[in-house]
Design a protein around this ligand. Structure first.
Ligand SMILES: Nc1ncnc2c1ncn2[C@@H]1O[C@H](COP(=O)(O)OP(=O)(O)OP(=O)(O)O)[C@@H](O)[C@H]1O
Length: 255
């Protein structure tokens, strides 16, 4: 399933947050959204996810959802959002309940996503027993369990330290390489964007407008930490954003 955004404007009262967003999100691609603080990245994700309706414009879902899809638009949040009283497997099984799936089928799905996310040995442990990086892997496994058409990822790695972030980026790449998924991935972190994005959408400061859409051709599986090509792309993105980021920063301080 592709997603087509056309002529999206969004305001909260007098505050204009997004302006004239036109964007196609193609199935099987990771599209990263970057931009200065407060430019409307999370708002855009909420609009795509249908949690809010845009003030103006259309968001179309084009084509079929994947086979076995239980929830077409599925979020992965920065704070993991795991239930502390449920085990790792229990957190995943929660999203499979009330879909008329048999216990056997449900267990197959849980085993499959645990294996894909390198969590098979941790099925019975509880969130408080595992690290932040592992928690986020559980959250990603839970999202994959419903076989979403599009994963909506809001700063999924920003609560983690830099080494854990590196490991998780490798995990996301290997998950995608093994079975491509579609994701809209909001991040502040340009290194993450160039590692994970097939396309990177650069928003201006608020009201967020699309400044540029950068395509990164290098296959995900060939992108490495400290890759000079990626560092150059990251630098180009930073040059695009620098002045706007400074202005947005000043605006927030003076608000
Ligand atoms: N529910 C809401 N009601 C009113 N204003 C809101 C609401 N949600 C967001 N805003 C405002 O909209 C603007 C964009 O917020 P949003 O969180 O989408 O930006 P962002 O780019 O994701 O920010 P950050 O990079 O800091 O996470 C901000 O000025 C914010 O205060």
């Amino acid at each position: 399933m592709d997603i087509k955004l056309s002529g999206i404007h969004h305001s909260y009262g007098e505050r204009e947050v997004l302006r004239n967003i036109n964007l196609d999100i193609a199935s099987g691609q990771i599209v990263c959204i970057v931009g200065p603080s407060g430019c409307g990245k999370s708002t855009l994700l909420r609009l795509i996810g249908g949690l809010e309706r845009p003030s103006l414009g259309d968001i179309l879902q084009v084509g079929d959802v994947p086979e076995g899809c239980l929830n077409p638009l599925t979020y992965v949040f920065q704070d993991f959002a795991l239930l502390p009283w449920r085990s790792v497997a229990g957190n995943i099984s929660l999203v499979l309940e009330d879909h008329g799936i048999s216990r056997v089928e449900s267990q197959d799905i849980i085993n499959n996503v645990l294996e894909r996310c390198k969590l098979s040995d941790f099925a019975d442990v509880f969130p408080k027993q595992i690290s932040g990086g592992m928690k986020q892997r559980v959250a990603i496994a839970r999202a994959l369990a419903v076989n979403p058409a599009v994963m909506l990822m809001d700063e999924p790695l920003s609560a983690l330290d830099s080494q854990t972030r590196e490991l998780l980026m490798d995990d996301i790449v290997s998950l995608w390489t093994r079975k491509p998924f579609t994701a809209v991935y909001v991040t502040h972190n340009l290194a993450e964007a160039v590692r994970l994005g097939h396309r990177i959408v650069v928003l201006s400061r608020r009201p967020g407008e699309i400044r540029e859409v950068v395509t990164i051709d290098k296959p995900l599986s060939e992108r490495r930490h400290a890759d000079p090509d990626l560092e150059q792309q990251q630098n180009t993105l930073w040059q695009m954003m620098r002045d706007e980021a400074m202005a947005a920063d000043a605006e927030l301080i003076n608000a």
